[in-house]
Ligand binder design. Structure first.
Ligand code: MCA
Ligand code: AMP
Length: 490
């Protein structure tokens, strides 16, 4: 029935999805997703209004059953970014829950309602994709939008094979089984929350318990009540680490988990150390990217490398470091830095409608990640930085400085704008906007920091809003007129 989710047929009585408002067994999921898959029919591409609800999980499974590529949308996306994503990916329909209010920009699309009441009591009968014709594994399964240094986000096209290759490699690295119960509160419009955090357990025939939204209490509750694994971004582990000292129930819950996994950004050593000291557990880091899915991970069946390592290349992933001249680095000395390049079935198939950007991202068949790393003698990889300083990772979200600068320049009170990332104990990095106001002479005529944050949140996404605004009379520029961001930071 499904090359991606064998458990839809084999274990109908087991719990598949657990959200605060609703749980579904595999049998119910099969039936509900089957109804939606039939409605999707032979659409060319569908959007998914990706709220943190079971409707999103069902919608994603339905599109995959139908063999139709799905584009997850962040429901908080602002006007300009949403118009770009919808215009670029050109879906014919949008999957949404019955109570979702969709923005006017989606009015042109057919609405396919994901109704959890429909078919849920029936025997699971999911359709064979495309009337029984098997879907080509290299066919696109998802288009996930991701920011670059400049310009609007690009749609990374992910094939069914990339998804299965990455999820099966993680099964191997983490000894992930049908008996695992994954707890998380990640958003469901990115690779981490949706592909790893929802499709991952469903491919294993395992259970996912989504918190609806992340909270320290929610993690403690679900891990004490049968949860075996936790996925989170470093900001979430930071908040857990902060709470440990006063929360013995949280200590017990984390100590009892089989696997605590962090990814999307680097987990600071201080948080690693605090969590291990309080719980005796080591947080396992894995390293991935929207374009590559997962590349490396610390393995559960090997000696634990030192904290800060993202582990070894996953099965099926070839990884090399290259120096500034593009020559492969042979050293495993923990010192020689190179850019990570990867190849394997886990890679995306290209950026939608952007052959130029796709070509630029590859060195032959090697994908250039832009991440700089060293390799230790035991083969494990340590990330030491990024090639592009104009990419900011805040709360685990990748944010391009250029798109925020463009949005800020559209505010009438802004004459010049530059955006940088600064270290932040909670978010890893926070977005800082450097603004030359239109009204230089009159400080009372400047736009407020809140107004600029609301402007960016409304056009792009709330997580891209500047958390701090600093006003200047001029931006430092070099002879070419380029803003010298290093001088700003200093
Ligand atoms: C605040 N809010 C606003 C504004 N100010 N909304 C509009 N305009 C404003 N001016 C709202 C927000 O929308 C949000 O609403 C609430 O206030 C709090 O927002 P915020 O401060 O941004 O939240 P936070 O507490 O800082 O969030 C921390 C977080 C979050 C929960 C850790 O950053 C997060 O979920 N990160 C996960 C990122 C992720 O999944 N990345 C994976 C991509 P409300 O309260 O309603 O929400 S990376 C990936 O996929 C690769 C493959 C990988 O390796 O994993
Ligand atoms: P995204 O494009 O949003 O999927 O983010 C991918 C980027 O997140 C990678 O290129 C890395 O820079 C970063 N990243 C992901 N996992 C880790 C990790 N475990 N440690 C450090 N950085 C990470």
């Amino acid at each position: 029935m499904s090359d991606l989710f064998p458990a839809l047929r084999s274990t109908p009585d087991r719990t598949a999805l657990h959200f605060p408002a609703r749980s579904l067994t595999y049998g119910q999921l099969t039936a509900v997703a089957g109804v939606v898959a039939r409605r999707i029919g032979a659409a060319s591409r569908v959007a998914l209004w990706a709220t943190p609800t079971p409707h999103t999980a069902v919608g994603a499974v339905a599109a995959l059953l139908a063999g139709v590529p799905v584009v997850p949308l962040n429901p908080k996306t602002g006007e300009r970014e949403l118009a770009h994503i919808v215009g670029d990916s050109a879906p014919t329909a949008v999957l949404a829950g019955p109570d979702d209010r969709l923005p006017a920009a989606l009015d042109v699309l057919e609405r396919i309602t994901v109704d959890l009441g429909e078919g849920a009591d029936a025997e699971g009968t999911a359709p064979s994709p495309r009337g029984g014709v098997p879907v080509d594994p290299t066919a696109p399964a998802m288009v996930v939008y991701t920011s670059g240094t400049t310009g609007p986000p690009k749609g990374a096209v992910l094939s069914r094979r990339a998804i299965t290759a990455s999820l099966d490699a993680l099964e191997d690295a983490w000894a992930w089984t049908a008996d695992d119960v994954l707890v998380h509160g990640l958003p469901l419009f990115h690779v981490h929350g949706l592909i790893l955090g929802i499709l991952g357990p469903l491919r294993r025939g395992a259970q996912v318990r989504h918190l609806g939204r992340f909270s320290v209490d929610g993690v403690a509750r679900e891990l004490s009540d049968g949860g075996t694994m936790l996925f989170g971004v470093p900001t979430m582990y930071h908040r857990l680490a902060e709470a440990l000292a006063d929360d013995p129930a949280l200590v017990k819950a984390l100590a009892g988990a089989r696997l605590l996994v962090s990814g999307s950004a680097a987990l600071p050593l201080h948080d690693h150390t605090r969590i291990t000291a309080a719980t005796g557990r080591t947080v396992v880091e894995r390293y991935g990217m929207t374009e590559t899915l997962m590349n490396t991970s610390v393995r559960v069946d090997a000696p634990q490398p030192r904290p800060g390592s993202v582990g070894v290349p996953l099965p099926g992933v070839e990884l090399r470091l290259v120096d500034e001249d593009g020559a492969p680095v042979a050293a495993y000395d923990g010192e020689t830095i190179g850019e990570i390049q990867v190849r394997g079935d886990n890679l995306f198939s290209g950026y939608l409608n952007r052959p130029d950007a796709t070509a630029e991202a590859f060195d032959g068949d090697w994908f250039r990640t832009g991440d700089m790393a060293v390799r230790d003698p035991d083969g494990s990889v340590r990330l030491v930085g990024r090639r592009a300083t104009d990419l900011i990772k805040s709360g685990g979200y990748k944010i391009g400085a250029g798109e925020i600068e463009n949005a800020l320049l559209d505010h009438p009170g802004v004459r010049e704008a530059a955006v940088t990332g600064e270290p932040d104990p909670d978010l890893g990095e926070r977005v800082v906007a450097w603004i030359v106001p239109t009204e230089l002479a009159d400080p009372s005529a400047r736009p407020s920091a809140d107004a600029l944050a609301a402007h960016v949140a409304g056009l792009l996404s709330p997580h891209k809003r500047p958390r701090e605004v600093r006003f200047l009379t001029a931006l430092p520029r070099n002879d070419m007129g380029k803003v010298m961001k290093r001088a700003l930071r200093e």
